[in-house]
Design a protein around this ligand. Structure first.
Ligand code: FES
Length: 104
């Protein structure tokens, strides 16, 4: 199911927002190159919102203890996180970001 998120220009390159799909928090991220990525908002190391972290090209860094995650795979790239977080497909149509999300 594709869920409409927001106009792409509402998220500046290098920034992220937190959206809720039901009870599930997802970070919608724009890489510094402007591409759109979606990743579980909760850091796998603690109760911290990754959307409040630091976006680099294809990584997001948790502000709490510095774990970096790949925005393409969700894999942790640095300690202290060692569990991946889920990533989701997105697409942009007519300037609007959509998130592919299956509630099942
Ligand atoms: S809570 Fe994210 S690195 Fe510790």
């Amino acid at each position: 199911m594709a869920i409409q998120i927001c106009p792409v220009e509402d998220i500046k390159p290098g920034k992220a927002i937190r959206v809720k799909v039901g009870d599930h928090a997802i970070a919608i991220v724009r890489t510094k190159a402007g591409d759109v990525r979606a990743i579980d908002d909760k850091c796998s190391h603690g109760e911290i919102s990754l959307s409040e972290g630091f976006v680099d090209n294809e990584t997001i860094e948790c502000w709490a203890h510095g774990a970096k995650f790949s925005l393409e795979t969700g894999q942790p790239l640095t300690l202290p996180a060692y569990e991946p977080v889920a990533v989701y497909e997105t697409f942009v149509e007519d300037g609007v970001i959509y998130l592919e999300y299956d509630a099942a």
